[in-house]
Write a protein that binds this ligand. Structure first.
Ligand SMILES: Nc1ncnc2c1ncn2[C@@H]1O[C@H](COP(=O)(O)OP(=O)(O)OP(=O)(O)O)[C@@H](O)[C@H]1O
Ligand SMILES: [Mg+2]
Length: 260
């Protein structure tokens, strides 16, 4: 469904990705890990067609996102929900307006109807609609904002693919667990493929079927948790060294228990 083929990408003359290839199948959940600055967010921008590779190709549903017409790109983007690192909500709009933003902008639905859908969506992402729908984003906690952003992505596009950039950064264990459970719920209940970029190794284990590790512009690992544990690649070993002890005995958990 998503394929990066020998992607070379640079901002100006600074190469970020040198020869990156990997695929994400329908309904698969992968995690992209790698050191800061290794190009993880850039990969998400390439999948959305916000940037184009100088060499190689990025395919979504077998179509090259940089070689199709603007209407075709819009069609593709409708299948993709993106949750940016900071939640990227509109500060001057209420929670309800944020969640219903796409419907307000792109449909002729009456506000009453949009509000009803926004309420249902807020419930789906685990928020109390009555309490929050008229609040402004800066009255919410970081975890709530992240959930509003996920709700907005879901109501905007009915996505087949969700991209999450560092979805739990800065959240406490309780909010982290909620977000990870929500990511897993979307994946299992709606068969949405997910690509999660994260620095948090425990989060990676909680949501991923497969792991892609990017370092120095290249994919240095692509495989399952078992294969990750067994990898002898120098860069993978170095990257995972701080987490070795927490990797033992881990299996993918569909739902994560309460933190102690
Ligand atoms: N718009 C831009 N213009 C120029 N350079 C950029 C731009 N965006 C990112 N970069 C550079 O490209 C490299 C990769 O950035 P990217 O944001 O993809 O890394 P990342 O792996 O997501 O890092 P982090 O883990 O810190 O979020 C970095 O060196 C960054 O400084
Ligand atoms: Mg990033």
């Amino acid at each position: 469904m998503i394929e990066l083929k020998n992607v070379y990408f640079s901002y100006g003359d600074k190469p970020v990705l040198k020869d990156v290839s990997f695929t994400v199948q329908d309904s698969e959940a992968i995690v992209i890990m790698g050191p800061s600055g290794s190009g993880k967010s850039t990969v998400l921008r390439l999948i959305l067609g916000l940037e184009c590779p100088q060499q190689g190709d990025v395919l979504v549903d077998h179509r090259s996102v940089c070689r199709i017409s603007p209407p075709e790109l819009r069609e593709i983007r409708k299948k993709i929900g993106m949750v940016f690192q900071d939640g990227a909500l509109f500060d001057s709009l209420t929670v309800g307006e944020n969640v219903g933003y796409y419907l307000i902008e792109h449909t002729k639905l009456k506000w009453r109807e949009i509000e009803e859908r926004a309420r249902t969506m807020l419930g789906f992402v685990g928020l109390d609609a009555d309490e929050l729908i008229d609040k402004l984003p800066d009255q919410l906690s970081g975890g709530m904002r992240r959930r509003v952003a996920i709700g907005r992505a879901l109501l905007s596009t009915d996505p087949k693919i969700m991209l999450y950039d560092e979805p739990t950064t800065g959240l406490d264990p309780y909010a982290t667990r909620n977000i990870l459970n929500l990511i897993n719920k979307l994946h299992t209940e709606r068969s949405i493929s997910s690509i999660v970029v994260t620095h948090q190794i425990a989060d990676a284990f909680a949501v991923a079927d497969r792991f892609v590790v990017i370092s120095r512009g290249q994919v240095v690992f692509d495989g399952t948790l078992k294969e990750l544990r067994q990898s002898r690649d120098e860069q993978v070993v170095a990257f995972l060294a701080p987490f070795r002890s927490s990797m033992e005995g881990v299996v993918k958990r569909k739902f994560i228990e309460e933190p102690e």
